[in-house]
Design a binder for this molecule. Structure first.
Ligand SMILES: [Zn+2]
Length: 605
C-alpha cells in the first residue's frame, strides 16, 4: 500500500472516534484585506472587511483588535518592558527610534454592519463597543479604514532587516483578538507570541512593481505577475504601470504574513502531489548553497515528517529570507540567514514544524508557549535524528542537558504565560528546552509506539482548532492507556526535578542480590535499570510508577523484566536479582539517558 492510501485509512479510522471535548466551539473569521505600500515614505494605507462569526454561547457587546505595530515606539509598553528586563532579544533600543523609524497603526473608522461604532485604542489593543450586541450563532461585518507606517525592523516585522530584505509584513493588519473557551485574549504586544482565529483571508497587496512578494496563501494572479509564480510555459504580459496588485488567498489559517524584496530569487519545488515548496532569498555565495541544501532536506524528509506528525494540509509552504531571527507564520517562515551560518536547515525545520504546532494545531502561544515552541523543537530534533542516525542519541539529549545545567537558575515554571516571564532567558529555557524535554521524557514513559500514536491523534483531533496542554495530555493518555496527570502536573506546573540513583548493591545470600534504588529528587518517574554481568550478558528491568496505572510497551527485541510498581510515596525500591553479587559488573538507572536526571553521577554502581 502506498503512503497516501495508508494515510487516508488512518484519518478514516481515527476520524470516527474524534475526541475533541464535547461542546467544543471556536469563532470563525473571513478577512478581506487591501493594502497599499508607498516605498518612498514607508506609509501604508489599509482597508479591512472582516466577517466575524460568534459560535460561542455568549452575547458579545465589545470586541478587541491587535494593533501590533504601535509597540514599536519610544515609551511603549514593549519599550519599557524591554528596558527594565534588559531584554537581549530586542536588538535595538525602542527609546531611540526617530519619528520616521517608528511603527504606527492609526484607525480612521470602524463600522459594524455599515454603522460607525466607537472604539478606544490603548497602544497595541483596540477595544470596539458594538452598537448592536453580537448574539450566539450570529455574525457581524466590520469595516476598518486604517493607515500606518512600517517600523524599522526590530522584532519580526518591519523594513530593511539586518540582511537588507526590504519589507517584512507580519502582524501588520488590525487582527481581531481570539475569543475562545477561556474568553478574550486581548494580550498587549511585547515582542512575544501570537494567537488568532481560524478562517479565510483574501489579501490584495499593491506596491511598486520591482518587488517580489512571498506570502501566506496562494497567489491568484501568478500568470499576470510572474516572478516565478507563473505556470510553466506562461509568459506574463508586460506591466507598463508603476505597481503590481498581488492577490493572495488562504483558507484554514489564523494569520496572514508577507514580505517583499526587489532582490529575491524565487524557486519552487514540488514536494509531493498537492504540495509545492517555495524558496525566496537574496542570492549570494553564502546564502544560495544554504537554500539549495534546505530544498533537498525538505523534500527528502517530508514523508517522515508526515508519518510522525500528520499530513501538511496546505498546498504550499514558503521558506523566506526576511524578518528578524526566525519566526513562524501560516504557510511561511521568515528567517535571517547569515546569522546562523550553516544552521539554516535546522532553524528552517523548526519553523516549518511550527506549521503543525501553531499553524494547523493553533494553540494559544501566549498561554501555552511551550505547546508550540517545545513541540517544534522536539519535532526538529526528531527529524534531524532521523536524518543522521549516528547522532540521534546526542540530538535527543541536547535539550535535556540544557535542563540539567540551567534548571537551578530559572525560578519560573513551564506553565508561565509567554508575556509573564521575567526575562527572555527564562522564557527560552522553559518554552524551548524544558518543553522539548517534557516530550522526550513522555516518550520514555509511554514508549515509542504509543507516543507516535498520541502525536497523530493530537493532530487528527485538534488541527484547525485551539487545544490546551491538557487536551494534548488526554490524547497521550488515550494512546498509551496510562494516567499521565502526575507527570504533567509536576513537570509543567512546578519546579520539581528528577534525580534517581542506585544507592546500594548488596548480596542477598550466596545466589541473590538486592539492588536498592532511590528517588533523591521530588518528581516520581518509572525506572528502567540495566544490569551488566561479568560474563558479558545483561538484563533490562522495568519498574512502572504506581500513578501511571499502565505499562510501557517495549520493542519486542528488547527483553524486559517487569516488576511491581514503585509507589510515588516511597523514596526507595528494592530490586531483587536472582544472581550472585559477585557476578554483577554494573547497575545503571536510565542508562540511555532519557530523563533530565539532575545528578547523573549517582545513577550507576
Ligand atoms: Zn519556534
Amino acid at each position: 500500500m502506498n503512503y497516501r492510501i495508508t494515510f487516508f485509512l488512518f484519518l478514516f479510522s481515527t476520524g470516527l472516534m474524534a475526541q475533541t471535548s464535547p461542546g467544543y466551539w471556536q469563532q470563525r473569521v473571513e478577512y478581506q484585506l487591501d493594502v497599499r505600500l508607498d516605498d518612498q515614505t514607508n506609509a501604508v494605507q489599509g482597508r479591512e472587511k472582516l466577517k466575524y462569526y460568534n459560535h460561542s454561547q455568549d452575547t458579545l457587546r465589545r470586541v478587541f483588535f491587535h494593533l501590533y505595530w504601535n509597540a514599536f515606539q519610544p515609551n511603549s509598553a514593549y519599550a519599557r518592558w524591554a528596558e527594565h528586563t534588559k531584554d537581549f532579544a530586542t536588538n535595538k533600543k525602542l527609546f531611540d527610534l526617530k519619528p520616521e523609524e517608528i511603527g504606527k497603526q492609526e484607525i480612521f473608522s470602524v463600522q459594524q454592519n455599515g454603522n460607525a461604532v466607537s472604539y478606544r485604542v490603548n497602544e497595541t489593543i483596540m477595544e470596539v463597543e458594538l452598537s448592536r450586541p453580537l448574539k450566539p450563532g450570529d455574525y457581524d461585518v466590520f469595516d476598518i479604514a486604517w493607515q500606518g507606517q512600517v517600523p524599522v525592523a526590530i522584532k519580526r516585522c518591519g523594513r530593511d532587516n539586518s540582511e537588507g530584505v526590504a519589507y517584512s509584513f507580519t502582524q501588520w493588519y488590525p487582527k481581531i483578538c481570539a475569543y475562545d473557551r477561556f474568553g478574550w485574549h486581548a494580550d498587549p504586544y511585547i515582542g512575544r507570541e501570537f494567537y488568532g482565529e481560524f478562517g479565510s483571508f483574501k489579501v490584495n497587496i499593491t506596491l511598486p512593481k520591482k518587488y517580489v512578494v512571498a506570502a501566506t496563501g496562494i497567489l491568484q494572479n501568478g500568470n499576470a505577475i510572474g516572478y516565478g509564480y507563473e505556470d510553466e510555459g506562461v509568459k506574463p504580459p508586460p506591466n507598463y504601470g508603476f505597481v503590481n496588485v498581488w492577490k493572495f488567498e488562504a483558507d484554514n489559517v489564523h494569520d496572514f504574513a508577507w514580505s517583499a524584496d526587489a532582490e529575491y530569487t524565487h524557486e519552487k519545488v514540488k514536494a509531493r502531489e498537492g504540495l509545492t515548496l517555495h524558496f525566496f532569498y537574496q542570492p549570494s555565495p553564502d546564502v544560495t548553497p544554504e537554500f539549495a541544501q534546505l530544498k533537498d532536506f525538505a523534500v527528502r524528509n517530508l514523508p517522515f515528517i508526515e508519518s510522525e506528525f500528520g499530513r501538511y494540509l496546505y498546498p504550499q509552504f514558503s521558506f523566506v529570507q526576511g524578518g528578524e531571527w526566525a519566526m513562524e507564520y501560516p504557510m511561511m517562515t521568515l528567517m535571517e540567514n547569515t546569522k546562523r551560518g550553516s544552521g539554516l536547515t535546522a532553524t528552517a525545520v523548526h519553523e516549518w514544524m511550527h506549521n503543525w504546532f501553531y499553524g494547523m494545531i493553533g494553540n494559544n502561544e501566549n498561554d501555552f508557549p511551550w505547546l508550540d515552541e517545545g513541540f517544534a523543537s522536539y519535532a526538529a530534533s526528531d527529524i534531524l535524528a532521523h536524518e543522521t542516525p549516528d547522532s540521534a542519541n546526542a540530538l535527543r539529549r541536547v535539550a535535556t542537558d540544557v535542563v540539567v545545567q540551567y534548571s537551578a537558575r530559572v525560578p519560573e515554571p513551564l506553565s508561565t504565560p509567554a508575556n509573564l516571564f521575567k526575562n527572555s532567558e527564562d522564557y527560552f529555557f522553559c518554552s524551548y528546552s524544558k518543553a522539548e524535554t517534557f516530550l522526550w521524557q513522555l516518550r520514555y514513559i509511554v514508549g515509542d509506539d504509543a507516543f507516535k500514536n498520541g502525536m497523530l491523534r493530537y493532530y487528527t483531533d485538534w488541527h484547525y482548532k485551539h487545544p490546551t496542554g491538557l487536551d494534548f495530555l488526554r490524547e497521550m493518555e488515550r494512546a498509551s492507556g496510562m494516567e499521565l496527570d502526575w507527570y504533567y502536573a509536576s513537570w509543567i506546573k512546578t519546579l520539581k526535578s528528577i534525580d534517581y540513583g542506585v544507592e546500594k548493591v548488596a548480596a542477598d545470600g550466596a545466589s541473590a542480590t538486592i539492588v536498592t534504588l532511590k528517588n533523591y529528587g521530588d518528581l516520581p518517574m518509572p525506572a528502567e535499570v540495566r544490569v551488566e554481568f561479568r560474563d558479558g550478558s545483561s538484563e533490562w528491568h522495568y519498574i512502572p510508577l504506581d500513578l501511571q496505572y499502565g505499562t510501557k510497551r517495549f520493542p519486542a527485541e528488547k527483553r524486559i523484566i517487569t516488576h511491581d510498581p514503585w509507589s510515588f510515596a516511597v523514596d526507595t525500591y528494592e530490586l531483587r536479582l536472582d544472581k550472585s553479587v559477585d557476578g554483577i559488573k554494573s547497575v545503571t538507572i536510565d542508562p540511555e539517558r532519557w530523563t533530565a536526571d539532575m545528578k547523573r553521577e549517582n545513577n550507576g554502581k
